[in-house]
Design a protein around this ligand. Structure first.
Ligand SMILES: C[S@@+](CC[C@H](N)C(=O)[O-])C[C@H]1O[C@@H](n2cnc3c(N)ncnc32)[C@H](O)[C@@H]1O
Length: 361
């Protein structure tokens, strides 16, 4: 009798888990369909108003047969709304979907998540090889979808939430407000954080650094017309070469866990810092300890870790191989090994899925 109950329980669990995996298949396919709409400009074209397949094909310059299938799939998935039937059916992008999929200024902008997902999926053969050999897949190989996805996913937070977040912490705001404060943004990617700092603190001199040349080129384009910001292609390990005691503040936004040698970079940053300077590290707000099952943040960060951040970090021989899930104790250990005497968590809450750390020399 007991055995039957247990068999039934297992059967039910099998069914539930198979259902969960099927749900994930739907999610993954719909995320890819969002990528098609994003990269082909279909959502953007729908901002002009509802369209039939023929009209949208004309507007976006995409083959009509594919457009019709994609429109129907989007309606079935509940992303687009539809009026009318067959060839005359007209498809509409509702306001909420328009914001989430087409508005780069919105904190809810989510099209970049699809770009990040596609950039990782496209590297599956290299990832499989790296897992077997212990090698890696460098960030540059993930390509434009990863670079743009990363830049655009953080951009609204840097543009619209970072100034107030920093201003709310006197220990940080006062340093950034010093006359002609020198500020370094290490591993700045597309430079949106660097630009936000330059705009929020117009008297400061803000310098963004990244080892990725295309990212630096994009950052320079994004910063056109802003006087107090410059960008240079430079490894974080070389920041001290910019000058000892040069900076009042240095930032590392969502990049410390990617660095093959975080202690080396922090050591160099510390040397480049004035004795009364500060370092702010923004990184993932993961749990204090490994305690599965995890919440959505923990699940997302392990997802990025197995697909992108760990393989990127491990593409450098001798990497410390942190992975995306850098717990607070790990960050504190790196900071202390780099010579920082104090590490604390800043009272900045609700800033996407990030935690801000303050490092003092
Ligand atoms: C996840 S992205 C973060 C970019 C940006 N800070 C942001 O928040 O959008 C990580 C960045 O670290 C850069 N990076 C990795 N290793 C580096 C190193 N040793 N020195 C400088 N930049 C590095 C990569 O090129 C990439 O732009």
């Amino acid at each position: 009798m007991e055995e039957t109950t247990s068999d039934e329980t297992v059967e039910q669990e099998v069914e539930e888990f198979a259902g969960r995996v099927f749900g994930q298949l739907l999610g993954a396919m719909e995320l890819l369909s969002i990528h098609l709409g994003d990269r082909l400009g279909l959502y953007q074209a729908l901002l002009q108003g509802p369209a039939t397949a023929a009209e949208l094909s004309e507007r976006a310059g995409v083959h009509e047969r594919y457009v019709r299938e994609w429109l129907e799939q989007q309606a079935v998935a509940g992303i687009l709304e539809v009026e009318g039937e067959t060839d005359a059916a007209s498809f509409r992008l509702p306001a909420a979907q328009a914001e989430v999929l087409t508005n780069p200024a919105s904190l809810a902008y989510s099209a970049p998540f699809a770009r990040l997902f596609v950039s990782a999926a496209a590297q599956m053969p290299s990832l499989l090889a790296a897992y077997r050999s212990g090698g890696g897949v460098p960030w540059a190989r993930f390509g434009a979808d990863a670079r743009d996805g990363q830049g655009d996913v953080n951009r609204p937070w840097f543009e619209h939430a970072l100034p107030d977040a920093l201003a709310s912490v006197p220990a940080v705001h006062d340093v950034l407000s010093r006359p002609e404060a020198g500020i370094a943004d290490v591993a700045c990617g597309h430079g949106w954080s660097t630009i936000a700092l330059a705009r929020a603190y117009p008297d400061a001199i803000v310098e963004g650094f990244d080892l990725d040349r295309p990212a630096i080129e994009s950052a320079r384009e994004h910063a056109a017309g802003i006087d107090n910001v410059t960008f240079a292609e430079l490894r974080g390990e070389q920041i001290a070469e910019q000058g000892e005691e040069r900076y009042d503040a240095a930032f590392v936004f969502e990049a410390l866990h990617d660095l093959p040698d975080p202690v080396g970079v922090l050591t160099s940053v510390r040397r480049a810092l004035r004795p009364d300077g500060i370092v702010v590290v923004m990184d993932e707000a993961v749990a204090e300890t490994f305690a599965p099952p995890g919440d959505d943040v923990e699940r997302a960060m392990y997802g990025y870790s197995i697909l992108m951040c760990l393989p990127d970090s491990m593409s450098t021989p001798g990497s410390i191989a942190t992975g995306t899930v850098m717990r607070p104790a790990t960050l504190e250990r790196y900071a202390r090994e780099a010579g920082f005497s104090a590490v604390s968590v800043l009272p900045i809450e609700g800033f996407a899925a990030f935690r801000f750390y303050l490092l003092e020399p």
